[in-house]
Design a protein around this ligand. Structure first.
Ligand code: ATP
Ligand code: MG
Length: 490
């Protein structure tokens, strides 16, 4: 096994170490020998232990001091353990409760579970089993409480228009969005695929004075070059074959609002000139039209490419670059802001657990460590997919390492290796066709993995020559470049 380096620790972990408080356990049993054994064993395990000889005493204690875990006999001379449990739950809804019974009387045990006990032990029981379960449930309860605190923190300062982050870079982005809210300045958002460029573009619009007007997005890399001009500027009837009506362009649709030009680096030279014109004069001409139209729009552009480099290579106009780069917003890759990972993971956990109505509440420490140590080449999008998948697969209240994608444990700086992907795919096939559909299956994530794998493989076979790799895959060079960039494969 490879050695995993120490992961970045979350702030909640640090807080724990500083003020660690012993969990307090209340033992209730009318049998003195049972009380003694449990008290000795649990104290030795490091808990703060309180004992009661009967139900009334127990209720008095529960009302006086904070108890984290209740371990109560069911049959007692005065009042029953079930009554004790009922009181315990009214005092503290989150108390962890175990019942003990000398008789295998499932009826009362079931009633106790219905009232919120997590488990019951039939006497005589194994002390080791009890110790194990006590530890396990107290740990889960602690994680749940941490999660609540974390969510509270999120609501205060680590979230802006649903964008989550506590790293200095992200706090800077939030500040910038606020600062430019009252302006109409052009914004250029840069960052690797999956870093949140789309989200930031929307946040700029919805926090601006233009928020009541449309936000229109156009992916310049996805629209065929021949259609881009009419998409953007619209056309007049008869402008070209097939143009049998007048059509509004997106700039017109976005009037008084914002137009988001995604993948701006994909725009060809002719379109670059036309866009420059809009930026300079705020005027444009529809395709086939004679009159000039005024454009009252804010332009936000985004790219995952290195635009200055494209300028140097002569593939992007320098004047257009400067016109776009009025307010630059750079989104750092997730690997450069690991302190955002726990927050993001908790955020996605909450989102998907609610959406799928699954009782998954926390991320186990082991899983958390894997998440923070991984390099996330697909950035926040990849993290979101991983958590969504884990929530779908998880059968316990906490996400365990087993539910995370198999390529995660390989440590920092690592990216999923194409070879391991090939193994997964062929073994899927060996088991008889395609993998099982149903809960946890995610076609989009699978599809992305598949593309990622073959793009990397073809590039390797082609010795890094992109045109050759595209040919090997039977796709156009343009599509190839689009995907290679999207998945950040060089
Ligand atoms: N800081 C964040 N907080 C919450 N969710 C985020 C954050 N950043 C990204 N996401 C989520 O990750 C996914 C990818 O984000 P987005 O589409 O904005 O990335 P992008 O930079 O535009 O990627 P691409 O270059 O591939 O278009 C989305 O589902 C988005 O909701
Ligand atoms: Mg995007």
């Amino acid at each position: 096994m490879t050695q995993r380096p120490t992961p970045v620790r979350s702030s909640t972990q640090q807080a724990d170490d500083e003020g660690a408080k012993k969990p307090r356990i209340l033992i209730v049993d009318d049998e003195p020998s049972m009380r003694d054994v449990l008290r000795i064993v649990l104290r030795r395990d490091g808990y703060d232990v309180v004992v009661a000889e009967n139900g009334n005493q127990a209720i008095a204690i529960l009302q006086q001091q904070p108890i984290d875990l209740l371990l109560s006999d069911i049959r007692m001379p005065d009042i029953s353990g079930v009554e004790v449990l009922r009181t315990a739950k009214t005092v503290n809804r989150d108390i962890v409760a175990f019942m003990m019974t000398a008789f295998a009387s499932t009826d009362t045990a079931v009633e106790a579970m219905r009232l919120g006990a997590v488990d019951y032990f039939t006497k005589p029981f194994s002390m080791d089993e009890l110790r194990f379960k006590v530890r396990q449930h107290l740990e889960a309860s602690r994680l749940r409480q941490e999660n609540v605190l974390l969510k509270r923190a999120l609501n205060t300062s680590y979230s802006f228009s649903n964008i989550i982050g506590r790293s200095e870079a992200m706090l800077g982005v939030f500040k910038m969005i606020e600062t430019i809210a009252r302006t109409s300045s052009t914004v250029l958002i840069t960052g690797e695929s999956g870093t949140g460029k789309d989200m930031v573009a929307r946040a700029v619009h919805y926090n601006s004075l233009r928020r009541d007007h449309p936000f229109v997005a156009l992916n310049c890399g996805a629209v065929p070059e021949t259609l881009l001009e009419s998409e953007l500027f619209g056309h007049m009837r008869g402008a070209f074959t097939g143009a049998d009506t007048n059509k509004k362009g997106l700039i017109e649709v976005a009037e008084r609002g914002t137009i988001f030009l995604d993948e701006i680096g994909e725009m060809n030279a002719t379109m670059q000139v036309k866009l420059l014109r809009v930026l300079q004069d705020r005027r444009y001409r529809r395709l086939g039209g004679t009159e000039e139209v005024e454009a009252d729009i804010r332009i936000i552009a985004a790219t995952n490419q290195d635009l200055p480099k494209l300028v140097t290579d002569g593939r992007f106009r320098e004047d257009l670059f400067y016109r776009l780069n009025v307010i630059p917003i750079q989104l750092p890759p997730l690997r450069d802001r690991p302190e955002d990972i726990p927050l993001l993971a908790e955020h996605f956990l909450g989102k998907y657990a609610t959406q799928m109505e699954k009782p998954v509440r926390t991320i186990s420490h082991a899983a958390q460590e894997l998440l923070t140590a991984y390099a996330w080449p697909g950035n926040v999008r990849e993290l979101e997919n991983a958590i969504e998948r884990a929530v779908a697969l998880e059968q316990t209240p906490a996400i365990l390492p087993e539910s995370l994608p198999a390529h995660l444990p390989s440590g920092p700086g690592s990216v999923p290796r194409p070879t391991s992907m090939a193994v997964t795919m062929s073994s899927d096939r060996a088991e008889g066709g395609l993998p099982d559909l149903g809960e946890g299956f995610d076609l989009e994530a699978r599809g992305e993995e598949f593309y990622r794998h073959y793009i990397a493989l073809a590039l390797e076979r082609a010795g890094g020559v992109q045109t050759k790799a595209a040919e090997l895959l039977g796709m156009s060079f343009r599509s190839f470049r689009y995907y290679a960039k999207k998945f950040n494969i060089r």
